[in-house]
Design a binder for this molecule. Structure first.
Ligand code: NAP
Length: 308
């Protein structure tokens, strides 16, 4: 089969750091075009357009990968599907679950692939963790996801606007791992947000979580105001007393202190592998559970205003 010709939309950090190099190394795809409101550096042989509409009209692309902030993704994805494109969306896939559901319905109607990606679901620890949790069960879980927003995203404003999700922008990565690993559903029971002046979204969020069989003992702390070393960890206390520890955002996994996984980051190659399979099979993957959990946290949140 000839490579799927991809056009990128929104050339920011993630398009530059992950999508462009991953596409360059994947024989199932060819990056042929980019749509940007600015004037980004463009790889050799790639056409640059001012809008997604012009890019699609050029006839150079079969699929679009939408790397904008989530607030505007629905419109780009809907227009692309209606124009006959396959669509890959960065995480979180849209502003609301209802928007993603509508895109999934539309993808089915027009017979194109919609892939709502969750890159952390492709981290090396997810499949082994899922197997261990299915075999041994968990009685408790602690998510600790903390980093400094000013170090990783200096000057970026869209996080703090409605739909920008604040600390849930990284926090949904942890939620996507949990959704990918846990053998049973998970719910938000309580949420406490700290919100800075002028912001509409939290800089920290503390969640009490539950499953149908465990009403307590599951929790998460997302902290985007953390000045020390970053932590992206999930610890499970297993039913038989064992300890399962995921670290590095999913790059490592230890069982009772013994290393099970210690792997380099291969999330985006895995993500594009899945996109190729979906296109080949004429299928879509519009997973909304991590976004639903974040939305539920916003619905239940007790909000504390903190000084900037
Ligand atoms: P970013 O650096 O702010 O880039 C987003 C790009 O989208 C902008 O450079 C701009 O590109 C375009 N854009 C911004 N506002 C727009 C608007 N209103 N309408 C149309 N286009 C707009 O953000 P990012 O860090 O790449 O994140 C983008 C998405 O990827 C987010 O959902 C994020 O959660 C996800 N993601 C980011 C990372 C990361 O580490 N950065 C990791 C994984 C996933 P143009 O100027 O080219 O139009």
């Amino acid at each position: 089969m000839s490579p799927i010709r991809v056009g990128l939309v929104g050339i920011g950090e993630i398009a530059r750091v992950q999508h462009i190099p991953t596409l360059a190394a994947d024989g199932d795809f060819r990056l042929t075009a980019m749509a940007s409101r600015s004037k980004p550096a463009v790889p050799d042989g790639v056409a640059l357009f001012a809008t997604q509409g012009e890019m699609i009209a050029s006839g150079l692309v079969d699929a679009v990968a939408i790397c904008t902030p989530p607030q505007v993704r629905y419109g780009f994805a809907r227009d692309a599907l209606l124009a006959g494109m396959h669509v890959l969306m960065e995480k979180p896939p849209a502003q609301t679950v209802a928007e993603v559901d509508d895109l999934a319905r539309l993808a089915g109607t027009v017979g194109r692939t919609l892939f709502a990606t969750w890159h952390s679901m492709h981290s090396a620890a997810v499949v082994p963790a899922r197997r261990i949790l299915a075999e041994r069960g968990a009685v408790a879980m602690r998510i600790l996801w903390r980093e400094d927003v000013h170090k990783f995203h200096p000057g970026v404003d869209w996080f703090w606007q409605p739909g920008g999700m604040g600390v849930f922008d990284p926090g949904v990565n942890a939620l996507s791992i949990v959704v990918g690993c846990l053998p049973e559903p998970i719910f938000v029971r309580e949420a406490r947000f700290r919100v800075m002046p002028g912001a509409h979204t939290p800089i920290t969020a503390a969640l009490e979580l539950a499953t149908p069989t465990h009403g307590s003992g599951y929790s998460a702390l997302f902290d985007w105001d953390h000045k020390g070393e970053e932590t992206w960890s999930i610890d499970w206390t297993l039913s038989d007393g064992g300890l399962l520890s995921l670290g590095g955002g999913g790059r490592s996994l230890a069982l009772d202190g013994r290393t099970v996984v210690d792997a380099p980051d291969r999330e985006y190659p895995g993500l594009y592998r899945r996109f190729a399979e979906l296109v080949r099979d004429g299928a879509s993957d519009a997973e909304t559970r991590p976004l639903q959990l974040a939305a539920d946290a916003f619905s239940l949140a007790r909000i504390e205003r903190v000084p900037g």
